[in-house]
Design a protein around this ligand. Structure first.
Ligand code: IMP
Ligand code: MG
Length: 362
């Protein structure tokens, strides 16, 4: 019961919240991971690491919908997920899709089956449902042409949601036993002192409110929006990890400061392709000004930097600070100084274990 006086784990949590000495090591109970640039910062891989190491009871996905693609290495196999939370790599974790996220039952059911995740997946009954008509509308006209949308049906479905005409998951027979109450599960887990990991999709500057409008996705994808997607109130968030890549990429149209030519990006090893669309990603050097704004907009308590191995040779597979090259360490320290937030997690390869974790440092 929510109005019961705090006892046990709940009282401990309140003490933690009020204790100014609380260090960065307190990564759980509730941790939110969001993208700081234009998506594709490697959030999926970070979430897979956190899901395995922090043992959350629940991993909940926020964000727009199946326009997002995460690439995850699971037991040596590379998987691309667009609907199932990246926390699936932890077989003990319950997986949840919050009511703010649009679901495409075709994509969701296929992924859940392929990953063997159906029995531990809960889709909120208030999730909006993408249909073939939305996918078609997203694959032609202005959204596909001028904006360069992913064609996944997300924008047209969110437009219908705003018009109050969109169908919901609770009425979708194909989702059957997966449908439930995600905000209740998220908050009950926290009440019981269990960990909850919330994974965002897209990135800060693709936010409908805070991004490079009109070259943005169809909703807010900053930490506040992602938390609202899963029913997590602002006071219940312990850690906000803003993920940046060691360089910036952008897929689709819209401004990209300091954009490199395709040849230059390739020469640096930064040529990437979209996980959903397969389109080449545009690339630029790490942008401290953009990163500072992302830290501000998301209220970052920690920062993660991925793909240090790609930006700096000699870092591949490093799992300790000492294992990074001097150049990479100087880069991380420079970013820390510029942002005024600790860089606690660094990605050094595609596997969930290819991480330097300095959360215990503070
Ligand atoms: P939409 O979200 O499919 O409408 O696409 C709008 C813009 O956001 C396009 O530039 C897409 O390429 C971009 N976008 C949407 N989702 C992602 C993502 O998960 N990663 C990177 N870019 C994305
Ligand atoms: Mg992606």
């Amino acid at each position: 019961m929510y109005c019961a006086p705090g006892r046990g784990a709940r009282a401990g949590r309140l003490l933690g919240l009020n204790n100014p000495a609380r260090g960065l090591a307190a990564a759980l109970p509730s941790t939110v991971v969001v993208g700081g640039f234009y998506g594709d910062e490697g959030k999926g891989k970070l979430v897979s690491y956190l899901a395995l190491h922090d043992s959350p009871r629940l991993v909940a996905r926020g964000g727009a919908g199946p326009n997002a693609g995460h690439t995850i290495v699971d037991g040596g196999q590379t998987r691309k997920v667009r609907m199932v939370p990246c926390g699936f790599v932890n077989r003990e974790a319950r997986l949840a899709i919050g009511p703010g996220v649009l679901v495409d039952p075709v994509v969701l059911l296929r992924e859940a089956r392929e990953l063997g995740a159906s029995a531990r997946l809960v889709v909120d009954r208030r999730c909006g449902v993408i249909t073939q008509a939305h996918r078609e509308a997203d694959s032609r006209g202005d959204l596909a042409g001028r904006i360069g949308s992913t064609g996944s049906g997300t924008g047209p479905a969110n437009a219908e949601r705003a018009m109050r005409t969109l169908g919901l998951a609770g009425d979708e027979a194909s989702l059957g036993g997966m449908v439930g109450d995600v905000p209740l599960e998220v908050n009950e887990a926290l009440d019981e002192g269990a960990g909850v990991l919330v994974e965002g999709t897209q990135g800060t500057f693709l936010s409908l409110w805070h991004g490079t409008y009109p070259y943005v996705t169809s909703k807010d994808v900053t930490a506040a929006g992602i938390c609202a997607d899963v029913g997590l109130g602002p006071r219940r968030v312990d850690e906000v990890i803003v993920a940046f890549k060691a360089y910036v990429t952008r897929v689709g149209a819209g401004p990209l400061g300091g954009e490199l030519g395709a040849g230059e990006a390739e020469a640096r090893g930064w040529a990437e392709f979209g996980a959903v669309t397969g389109r080449p990603r545009r690339a630029a050097e790490f942008d401290c000004e953009l990163a500072r704004r992302a830290v501000m907009l998301n209220g970052a308590t920690q920062v993660a930097i991925t793909k240090l191995d790609v930006a700096f040779g000699g870092c591949a597979g490093a799992r300790s600070w000492a294992g990074l090259t001097r150049e990479a360490r100087a880069f991380v320290e420079g970013v820390e100084a510029s942002l005024g937030v600790s860089v606690t997690l660094m990605g050094t390869g595609p596997g969930p274990e290819d991480v330097v974790d300095r959360r215990a440092r503070a």
